[in-house]
Design a protein around this ligand. Structure first.
Ligand code: ADP
Length: 924
């Protein structure tokens, strides 16, 4: 029996079988197959179904049925997961629903049959399934007969549902994993394809560096990989995306439109640029994007190429089918665009390096040569040469002159009409020329429209301008241009910037050098002027006109300052007197005002330095303070300095300038130095004046003395002669009648008379030194000494003396006076000898500069040093008349003679040894 009809399986056996089968189930469908059949069999149900909830548990879907008639409607249909259907309720209540007898189900859900158009089974079980607490779905079993669900059956069904849920979860998980694996595989596949495309592209381009060739190759690769697409390479140019390269399949009308340019703000283009990433457009709006002719294209992709942070080119693909771009297409296009981007970037990088190198070497060359240049035009010429050597451009250098930009330096290649026009000058207000100064930097003009300028038609094309300022004001422009209106490349911009900047630095350096030079030369001029002044005041030692110094000081001051004039005021009662003026005051009434003498106390420019003793500097002259203002409209600045003489202000020197001037510390030092020197010169001049006065007084008293001596000696001669003659007569005729005392008295009278005669004679001689001098002429001094010696021979012999001489020179003298001089000196040398020592007198002479110094040396008594001066004074003697007769006039006469010849006489002596009289005389 068991072989023909196996005993029906028990519920637990069924469960065991189900568990085994479920282990092999892979898909949800497998699971339901495995679960449903044993469930039906075990409970003898006629049909069953499985409904599954969606992810969100909002709907139920009929997944599988078993046992229903083909094509028959069942109650179990797709629908919302609500509470008013059995499946929903079972899930909500989290327990199985069991309808055991006919009509039970319809009673519980009256509308169910009507809504589904199906008839309910006699008995039904609805079993909810949960996975991880989430509603998964329901298993439904329908019975043809009423069915009582035993506790065992209910447990069986619950277990079955739970197992089913687990298996379903496992199957789903497996499916998800598989799907993931499949997706990943597809992705990898795409990536591999994209990489292939990339590699293919990179291999194709090799070392190519031409942008358009690179773009063409990218289009080629895209076209071979995705046969059905068209491709275009665009570049941004003046606000338009200009197609530069495109695939051959592109319709001519599209080519015409995209080469004319797609506006930068075309929505999809703008969006792609905004994203900075590829944009895949599924529904292409040809019209909105400004390319109406491309309406045959259904989908377009725009891939911005970001190069060095800038998006100036774009790769685009399109297909005529209106559809979504597949992942593979996206990946491939992206890969090619990336390849193109990377290559362009590398090319761009190399080019930038090249540019940098070119700019650097241009910079270096310029810097090297610019240190030699000493003026702006040479520097501009160097800048031009460097630019020309580096770029294919025409260079110009313009300077602002009288409100016009005037061309100074040009490229040789510049057309003649352009240089002519530039030399004639362009008005400074021209917008393009003003822009670099307004923008404070280099300006690149891609499309130069000269018609707006007065520059004329010759200067068309692209231009670049580099501005140069001086004290914030426009001064010059370096320009480069090409006749073609085109955009400047980065390289051109870089080089121009570098050279322009170098030129600015060179200008700055030149300015600095000039400033230093200027300062130095100014300082030198000042030093020279001051030295000149100091020297002049020294030379003017004998000058006793103080105003000559003032004038010189004014000249020095004015020579160091911008145009103006100088005044020198002294006080005269209640007025200021202008004693010295240098330069024109430049206003007739003002001059009259100055000449009239401004009143003291109301003329601050003079009053202030006078009373304070301090200089007054007015950077901006206070017009109207000293004079009515209309007289001094032309006066800009003034400096008033007190002039001191022996600590007292004696005048005020004023330097007036026609322009305003901030009196710098240097100005002040110079002015104050000059005025201080002036004070010193004035003091010296005053000293000289005093000296001159005293000399004059002395001269006068001397002359008076001489006059007196002459008159006295002359007038005294007659009475002395009378006294002497009559005392002689008295002695001869009446001598016998006198007693001894009378004879002695008469003797005194006769002696005194003789002495007086001697005195008067000597005095006369003394006065004649001055009155009877003959003009000097060359005289042989040796011969004069010999003559004197002969005359003195009797005395020489009587004393056993010797008078000798060296070789003696010819001198320019009054010969008779020289004779008198030597006679007195040699005579004294013999007279003042030591007792018992035979006198030795030696005359010699030595040339000293342009004078002869004579010496008359003896071995006589000598003179005490305290008498060295006294002996030369008239009537001064050291010895009594008795010991050595004399009048004390001899040496006074000698001194006078020597001094009359411009020489000096003095004595050197050692008492008890001898004396040497020394005198100088001019060489003959
Ligand atoms: P006198 O010879 O008439 O006295 P001098 O004027 O010649 O007047 O001389 C003035 C004085 O100088 C003399 O009295 C004498 O004392 C002194 N004296 C001049 N010559 C000499 C000399 N060679 N040696 C010493 N004393 C001299």
């Amino acid at each position: 029996m068991s072989s023909s009809s196996p005993a029906p399986l028990s519920l637990s056996e069924h469960l065991q079988q189900v568990t085994e089968h479920l282990a092999a189930a892979r898909t949800p469908r497998d699971v339901f197959g495995v679960v449903l059949t044993p469930a039906l069999e075990a409970l003898n149900a006629v049909a069953g179904a499985v409904l599954l909830a969606n992810e969100a548990a909002t709907t139920l879907e009929l997944i599988v049925t078993q046992g229903y008639e083909e094509g028959a409607q069942t109650l179990w249909q797709d629908g919302p997961l609500t509470g008013n259907v059995p499946a929903g309720d079972a899930l909500n209540r989290r327990e199985g629903l069991f309808f055991e007898a006919q009509g039970d189900l319809v009673r519980a859900y009256p509308e169910l049959e009507a809504r589904t158009g199906a008839v309910a089974a006699v008995a039904t079980a609805v079993l909810p399934m949960f996975l991880d607490d989430r509603p998964l779905g329901t298993i439904i079993l329908d019975f043809r007969e009423p069915h009582h669900f035993t506790a065992e059956e209910v447990r069986f069904l619950r277990t079955l549902a739970a197992q089913c849920a687990l298996a379903l979860g496992r199957a789903r998980l497996g499916q998800t994993l598989e799907a993931r694996v499949a997706a990943r595989t597809a992705e990898l596949e795409e990536q591999r394809a994209a990489l292939d495309a990339f590699v293919t592209y990179k291999e194709a381009v090799g070392g190519e560096s031409d942008v358009l060739t690179l773009a063409r190759q990218a289009i080629g690769v895209v076209r071979t990989t995705l046969a059905h697409v068209s491709a275009v390479y665009y570049e941004l140019d003046g606000g338009y995306w200009m197609a530069r390269v495109w695939s051959d399949d592109l319709p001519p009308e599209v080519v015409a439109q995209i080469t004319a340019g797609v506006p930068q703000d075309a929505p999809n283009f703008a969006e792609a640029i905004g994203l900075g990433a590829p944009l895949f457009v599924n529904g292409w709006d040809a019209l909105a994007n400004g390319v109406p002719s491309s309406s045959s294209y259904g989908a377009v992709a725009l891939l911005p190429l970001v190069i060095r942070g800038e998006t100036r080119s774009l790769f685009s693909v399109g297909t005529r089918e209106a559809r979504a771009w597949s992942e593979r297409e996206r990946a491939l296009t992206r890969a090619v665009a990336r390849g193109l981007g990377v290559t362009l970037e590398r090319t761009e990088h190399l080019r930038a390096l090249d540019e940098e190198r070119a700019a650097l070497s241009a910079f270096a060359r310029f810097t090297e040569q610019s240190t030699q240049a000493s003026d702006e035009l040479t520097l501009a010429g160097l800048a031009r040469d460097v630019l020309q050597a580096t770029l294919d451009v025409q260079v110009g250098y313009l300077e602002l002159e009288d409100g016009r930009w005037v061309g100074r330096v040009f490229s040789e290649a510049t057309p003649g009409d352009v240089t002519d026009q530039a030399r004639a000058g362009v008005p400074a207000g021209s917008p393009t020329f003003s822009r670099p100064f307004e923008e404070r930097g280099v300006v690149f003009v891609d499309g130069w429209d000269a018609s707006g300028e007065e520059a004329g038609s010759g200067m068309s094309g692209a231009a670049a301008l580099y501005p140069y300022t001086e004290d914030g004001q426009p001064r010059a422009l370096l320009t480069m241009g090409t006749p073609k209106a085109r955009g400047w490349t980065e390289r051109e911009r870089t080089v121009f910037r570098a050279v322009g900047h170098s030129l600015a630095l060179a200008f700055e350096r030149l300015g600095q050098t000039r400033r230093v030079e200027h300062q130095r030369s100014e300082l030198e001029a000042r030093t020279r002027a001051l030295e000149g002044f100091a020297e002049l005041t020294r030379d003017l030692m004998v000058e006793d006109d103080p105003y000559a110094f003032v004038r010189r000081a004014q000249e020095v001051v004015l020579s160091l300052l911008p145009p103006g004039y100088a005044l020198y005021y002294e006080r005269d009662g209640d007025r200021w007197r202008n004693r010295v003026q240098t330069g024109q005051v430049g206003h007739e009434e003002l001059q009259a005002f100055i000449n009239a003498g401004p009143l003291t106390g109301v003329t601050p420019s003079v009053d202030t330095p006078w009373t304070t003793g301090e200089p007054l500097y007015q950077n901006a002259y206070a017009r109207g303070s000293d004079t009515p203002p209309q007289m001094v409209q032309h006066v800009g600045a003034a400096a008033s300095l007190p002039v001191f003489r022996r600590g007292e202000v004696v005048g005020v020197l004023i330097a007036v300038l026609f322009g305003a001037r901030p009196w710098t510390p240097t100005d002040r030092v110079v002015l104050e130095t000059v005025v201080r020197s002036l004070g010193q010169a004035l003091e010296r001049a005053e000293g000289l004046a005093h000296l001159a006065q005293r000399t004059e007084e002395l001269r006068r008293s001397n002359a008076e003395l001489e006059q007196f001596a002459y008159i006295a000696s002359h007038d005294l001669q007659a009475p002395i002669r009378a006294v002497n003659s009559f005392s002689e007569i008295l002695a001869t005729r009446y001598g016998a009648q006198l007693d001894g005392r009378g004879v002695r008295y008469l003797g005194f009278i006769r002696e005194s008379g003789q002495h007086m005669k001697q005195l008067v004679d000597d005095l006369l001689t003394f006065s004649r030194v001055a009155t009877e001098q003959r003009p000097p002429s060359p005289a042989d001094s040796g011969a004069v000494v010999d003559q004197v010696r002969r005359r003195l021979m009797p005395e020489v012999e009587a004393l056993g003396a010797s008078v000798t001489r060296d070789e003696l020179p010819t001198v320019r003298v009054d010969r008779q006076q020289l004779d008198q001089l030597l006679q007195n000196l040699i005579g004294n040398a013999l007279k003042y000898h030591r007792l018992g020592v035979p006198p030795r007198v030696q005359v010699a002479a030595e040339l000293e500069g342009d004078v002869w110094r004579f010496t008359v040396a003896d071995n006589g008594l000598g003179i005490e040093p305290q008498y060295f001066e006294k002996i030369f004074v008239i009537f001064q003697r050291l010895h009594g008349q008795g010991a050595y007769p004399g009048t004390g006039i001899g040496l006074a006469v000698c001194k006078k003679i020597v001094e009359r010849h411009g020489g000096q006489l003095w004595v050197e002596s050692t008492p008890g040894e001898g004396s040497t009289f020394l005198f100088t005389l001019p060489a003959g």
